[in-house]
Every structure is written in C-alpha cells, then in structure tokens.
Write a protein of this length. Sequence first.
Length: 364
Amino acid sequence: MVSVSRRSLLALGAALPLLGRLDWAVASPPPAKAEKVRLNYNESPYGPSGAAREAMQGAIATAGRYPYGHMYALAALFARQQGIAEAQVAVFSGSMAALRYAVLAFTGESRGLVMATPSYEVPRQAAEASGAPVHEVSLTAEHAHDIPAMLAADPQAGMLYLCNPNNPTGTLTSTEAIRHALANKPQGSVLVVDEAYIDFADAPSCVSWVKEHDDLLVLRTFSKIYGMAGARVGLAIGAPALLARLAVFGGDNVPAGSGLLGAQASLEDVKLLPQRKALNAQLREETVAWLKARGFTCTLSQSNCFMIDVKQPAEQVIEKLAAQGVMIGRVWKSWPQWVRVTVGNKHEMERFREVFAAQVQRSV
C-alpha cells in the first residue's frame, strides 16, 4: 500500500484549494486571556482526530487486559501501509523511549554517539548517562546535518543520529546525504533516523529502506501531527535483529488500549495528514514572513517548529513572552541568540505575533 507520508503528499494537492477553510475542520477556540499560549513543546494544538478520540474512548473497556493484541494490530497496519514486513515494526511508549533504548543498545564506552548540534537532546543525554562518548557536529550553513563531518567525527562510533526534519530548526537533510551516511558510516555502527516530523515535510521517508539495510533504524511518533503527545505511542522500524536489541530494555509497557487504538484510527484517517500538514504550513509561513518583514532571520523550516534569531540572549526573550502568557523555547547552547517556536493554531500565532511585537521587536 502507499505509505502514510507519501499519501499525505499526494493528497495535499487536492487539499490546497481549501487552505482558507482548513482551520474549520481542526479549529481550536481562541485562548482565554488568562490562558497560556503553549508554543514550547512542539505539541499539536488540535489534539487527536475525531476518529482517534472515539476509538480512545471506546478502549476504556479493554484496559483490564494487557495491550499486546492492540500493539500487534498497530504494527501490522503500519507495515501494510508502508509495504514492509510486520516483523520490522515495533511499538514503544513514545519514540523517545525507543531512541533512548537505541543509544543504550548501540553505544558504549568504546562506541560513541555522533549527532548534530543543535538537535534533539535526548540521545546525548542518554549517552552521557551511560558513559558513551558524544561527538556533536554543527549544522551546515543551510542548517542541514553536516554528513561528511559527522562521518569523520568518530571512526569507532556505534550510532549516528539524524533528526529529519531536525528539531529544533525544522530544516531538512537531503535524501542523498542520508544515503551517503548509510553507505559510509563506521563499520558496525547503526544509523538512526528520527522522523518525528516527517509528515509535515515535502520529503520522502526512509522507512522503506529497512527492507535492504539491516543497520538502519527509523523512528516515528504519534505525538506530533497526530496530536497524541500525551498518549505516548511511537514506532521503531528496522531489521528484526535490531529491534530485538531495543526490546531488551523495554517495549511492552505501552499504555493500554486507548493510545494504541487512537493510533490505529489515526493511520486509517486518510484526510487527517494532508489537512494538518497544509494548515501547519500556512500558519508557519505567515508567521515567518511577518518576522522576516521586521528584520528577523528564521530557519527554513518544513516542520511544526522554527527558530528565530532574536538578536539578543534568547533566554531573555523567553522570559519576556512568558510574562505575557506566551510560552516559547527552548535555547540550545550552540545557538544562544536563537529561540524555537512551535506552530500553534491561528489564534495562538496571532497572540504570539502581538506579544513578540510589543516585547521583542521594540527592544532591538
């Protein structure tokens, strides 16, 4: 069957004429004056789809049973949609758990972790906690992963981590660059491609590559475009032998029924991805254009977040906006004057612009 991400790309063309009305289908009410605008955790402002909510409510009755059947059903559905074997899909309590397990499984005192900076911090934190060396490589001038520098960073690396699109920048690394990394990484190492945000992007997924590569692990999550961050459901896709190395650390502790059934319903909702992708892009580009018109540089994001060069210590900007009830952030040590902003709904982005203009634009 056609993959989820590719199906979303094909359906987007049909959805574009409805851009002006997309927010009707996934609308959230304007935040109350005292309510905080939360643009700091890359969550979806829309929550689970209607079909997912219905499935999650119906799952309450199954909570007295272990969720293995639902886990296997979710893995089987995803595998059918992606055209891969069910044995190449494992379900975890969020992709963060699978990522931590991957670091524990593939790195050690003599086999380090190579990753970009700025990028998602969890693999670095997991490696440091277990005593594995960490080699962080700066992004390129285009804010992509610097694959040649990453390949040269540690000849004994056990794991290379690529987040694509990258968190926090929202920027893409090309398919050709990722293929180069897979073909030229240190012998015995594993390439982990984190596709938490791939459904927001105009880029192909690497999931199908696991059919030919037993040293590739791809991660997916239902926390982002599917709006199920609190349900904690994620997938690891790779050769069964790789998945078995992760399973040693856990994987059967997925929340009972509700999240799993919500995830299944989300995969079956063929309209959900193109609608949310198009709406996210519209709101992101509106805000980025507004910022650029006022002299601020932003990353070229294809995700549900982007970064802004605020021309001053970013921590100060976070504090200024938080005082007005707009939560953004966070700051990466390698980019101290840049701050990440999650793309919220229409009302939240309007409030962000209002507060940013009053608290930041006037101070630079």
